[in-house]
Design a protein around this ligand. Structure first.
Ligand code: BTN
Length: 272
């Protein structure tokens, strides 16, 4: 990296409030529980001991990844923020493309994949304090950057990988963190100020690998992981993914021909 670039990076790091930790249980939990985190502050940890994803799943958070949570404040109600998760998927894809030169695909709702392997998960959580306007919005991003192949043995085998393994190049973690935070801020500010989000929807549709595929719909009861909660012998309903609507909902056609727009939950793609 040239000196000018390094100076710029240093200035940007100083301008932005980032709290660094060697280890945390979860950066999202830290932001949710802390009373001192202000709008625009990011929390980063080298490892997480209890990193979590959607539906209460564990998010593997060993050294070599980026684990960050950005705190943002809003005057919008939670039901006006539903597009944020999809917009964040586009924002992180933009950052990865800028820094690593490769654009991930998106598996609805917010998994980023390269060559069919998950490289990033995003978890947006709202903290409420008695009204339907959240006190804070926590945008959590986990990116597999430079973990070696052994980190993806066992249950993650064939499912997840790291950017360096997939691109054959070492990614600049510092630059990627700053790019991700800049893109997340831009996405949040666009939604928060009521600006047009159609560019995000267009980019999401262009890279959404779920579209046109036969899928299983994994519905969750009480926030449980549907894969483990499903009684033995039962099957998830299958459908075809038709489109992404204006709020990042997934339009599906069931086997009986009825259509529905999914706004939460998860799907698994039957044929890639
Ligand atoms: C998912 O794949 O379901 C979402 C994973 C989100 C993981 C990130 S890592 C940083 C932040 N802290 C957490 O505990 N989770 C998010």
């Amino acid at each position: 990296m040239g000196l000018e670039r390094l100076e710029l990076l240093k200035m940007r790091k100083e301008a932005r409030k980032i709290l660094f930790f060697d280890e945390l249980d979860s950066t999202n939990s830290y932001v949710k529980e802390s009373d001192e985190i202000t709008d625009g502050t990011a929390v980063l940890a080298k490892i997480q001991t209890a990193g979590h994803g959607r539906m209460g799943r564990r998010f593997c958070s060993e050294e070599g990844g980026i684990y960050l949570s950005l705190c943002r404040k809003t005057s919008l109600k939670a039901n006006e923020l539903t597009s944020l998760t999809g917009m964040c998927a586009v924002a992180v894809s933009d950052a990865i493309e800028k820094v690593c030169g490769v654009r991930p695909c998106i598996k609805w709702m917010n998994d980023l994949l390269i060559n069919g392997k998950k490289v990033c998960g995003i978890l947006v959580e709202n903290v409420f304090g008695g009204s339907d306007v959240p006190e804070k919005v926590v945008i959590g991003v986990g990116i597999n950057v430079s973990q070696p192949a052994e980190a993806f043995d066992g249950e993650l085998s064939g499912i997840a990988s790291s950017l360096s393994l997939l691109t054959g190049k070492k990614a600049d973690t510092g630059e990627l963190v700053l790019a991700v935070l800049d893109e997340l801020d831009a996405a949040f500010d666009t939604l928060n100020s009521g600006k047009d989000i159609s560019d995000y929807i267009k980019k999401y549709r262009e890279k959404c690998i779920t579209l046109g595929k036969k899928i299983h719909i994994l519905t969750s009861k009480n926030g449980e992981d549907p894969r483990t909660a499903m009684p033995a012998g039962e099957e998830f309903p299958s459908a075809t993914a038709l489109g992404i609507d204006e709020k990042f909902g997934l339009e599906v056609k069931h086997e009986d021909g009825k259509t529905e727009t999914l706004r939460s939950g998860e799907v698994s793609v039957i044929q890639m």
